[in-house]
Ligand binder design. Structure first.
Ligand code: GTQ
Length: 291
């Protein structure tokens, strides 16, 4: 490589801007337990196959048509899709579209470091072997059915892409009942259809709709939460400090800081936290100003 030449995604393994919390400088983390980054895959590039004990989520921010492969199946990603890489699953990313693709990576890297349980290995190939048709897992596990003799394997959801088109349609249908939770608007969690639990073993993913003009009642919880704005504009007041937001902005609410959201237009927010891990350990706590 020439001096000053850019390295490709393949040479770098992954091309990611780490979103470091300024309150946790030098620690490559966005909360005490979680990592966030923005990954760029240019047209024609491949981020080679590897696996690690850390769980990963991808939340697609910009572009469309890039792929990730997990456990022998490829999925094509579009804006707003929520995609899972379960722990120790081989995964590689590619972009055969003609546009750069940017997604947010959410991983439990600091949590696994805390437990001294971090493992990783490369496959030695750019791409894993594809053994299943695209869309297989969503058809098999994401259509309100399970194979009749299905046995759960591992703790992660067998669905690995939750397409935004379906999520958005569900929110739009539900909103017609006009039942808004004072603290959350209309808030859903992404689940594992095998047991109704969280979609991931260590990271809890959510999506919520806040209608135009809605202002939430104060809320705090022990799970510091990373938010990504999908649609709409508004502001969030965190511990008394207000942050304006618009689509593609990312902000983080630290543990046990009061949060108030206000939407100027219909807004949809994706978020993730370590709530699932805290609940398994019996330490999760919340406080609602509303009821
Ligand atoms: O795409 O597998 O942001 O392994 C950090 C570590 C992304 C990935 C990150 C990773 C990945």
């Amino acid at each position: 490589m020439e001096a000053g030449e850019l390295i490709t995604a393949k040479e770098a393994e992954r091309r990611v801007l780490i979103l470091e919390n300024p309150g946790l400088r030098g620690q490559s983390r966005i909360t005490t337990s979680l990592y966030a980054g923005l990954q760029l895959v240019l047209p024609g590039e491949v981020a080679p196959a590897h696996r690690h004990s850390q769980s990963a989520l991808r939340f697609v921010m910009d572009g469309g048509g890039a792929c990730t492969a997990v456990n022998g199946e490829r999925t094509i990603m579009q804006e707003g899709d929520f995609v899972i890489t379960p722990p120790w699953a081989w995964h590689d990313h590619g972009n055969e579209s003609d546009r750069p693709m940017i997604w947010m990576d959410g991983l439990d890297i600091p949590m696994l470091s805390f437990f001294d349980a971090s493992f990783a290995e490369g496959l030695g190939e750019d791409m894993q072997e594809i053994t299943k048709p695209t869309g297989d897992s969503l058809a098999r596990y994401g259509a309100n059915m399970l194979p009749v003799d299905f046995e759960k394997q591992g703790l992660a959801s067998p669905i690995f892409n939750y397409p935004y088109a379906r999520t958005r349609e569900a929110l739009e249908t539900m909103r017609q009942r006009d039942e808004w939770d004072p603290c959350h608007g209309l808030k859903m969690r992404y689940v594992n259809p095998a047991d109704g639990g969280w979609a991931m073993p260590t990271i809890a993913p959510f999506v919520q709709l806040l209608p135009k003009g809605f202002k939430t009642a104060g809320y705090r919880s022990t799970d510091a939460t990373v938010f990504s704005v999908i649609e709409g504009t508004g502001r969030t007041t965190i511990g008394g400090k207000t942050f304006e937001w618009k689509p593609k902005d990312i902000f983080v609410v630290p543990s046990w800081h009061e949060v108030v959201h206000e939407a100027d237009e219909d807004a949809v927010l994706f978020s993730y936290s370590d709530r699932v891990a805290q609940q398994k350990l019996g330490i999760w706590r919340e406080q609602r100003d509303a009821d």
